[in-house]
Design a protein around this ligand. Sequence first.
Ligand SMILES: Nc1ncnc2c1ncn2[C@@H]1O[C@H](COP(=O)(O)OP(=O)(O)OP(=O)(O)O)[C@@H](O)[C@H]1O
Ligand SMILES: [Mg+2]
Length: 215
Amino acid sequence: MISFHNVTKKFDSHLVLDSVSFSIENNEFVVLTGASGAGKSTVIALLIGAGKPTHGSVEVDGMHVSDMDSGTLQQYRRKIGVVYQDYKLLGKKTVFENVAFAMEACNESDELIHERVPQVLEKVGLLHFQDKFPDQLSGGEKQRLAIARALVHKPRLIIADEPTGNLDEENVRGIVDLLSNLHAEGATVLLTTHDPFVRELVKGRHLTLEDGKIS
Ligand SMILES: Nc1ncnc2c1ncn2[C@@H]1O[C@H](COP(=O)(O)OP(=O)(O)OP(=O)(O)O)[C@@H](O)[C@H]1O
Ligand SMILES: [Mg+2]
């Protein structure tokens, strides 16, 4: 489904990925571990077409991500649920509106929005908080809201970049359980973390990013 072929990524002279190759099959749960600054978010940016490799190619279902025109890229991103490291929540919108906004941006009907948003909020255990604002939520709840928003388009691929960053053990378990349930329902999941505890919790394939190489 996903394959990186000899991907090199440099920022000016800083080599972050050094001819990296790996692939992820449908319905795998893959954990990508690496120290802070190792290049985990860079891998994700290349995967979602938010940056281009300096050399090499990133393919998803046989399509080269860096060759997609803007329309194709938009369609492609719709099918991926991305949970960003910094959440990217909208502070002036409620929990409900944060999720609804992801659907409005894709011109979904009000009817579908009012059907789908409560479903995904229920799934992450936040339905009772639908009228709260992000700054009224704990870190774990914000993370679950970010996951809910990533689920609105029923993605086959869920990418979670360091989703357990500042959470305590109980909340970390909650997030890993949630992603594991989505995996069990058929999604392909790619999770990045610097945390060995998270790595141990996930019963998936483990990849490690170190000195620009993946093993
Ligand atoms: N747009 C950019 N311009 C220049 N350098 C960048 C850019 N994005 C990332 N880098 C550099 O690339 C390296 C890898 O960054 P990246 O964000 O991928 O690391 P990470 O593994 O996600 O780290 P963390 O665990 O802290 O999130 C870092 O040294 C970073 O400073
Ligand atoms: Mg990162």
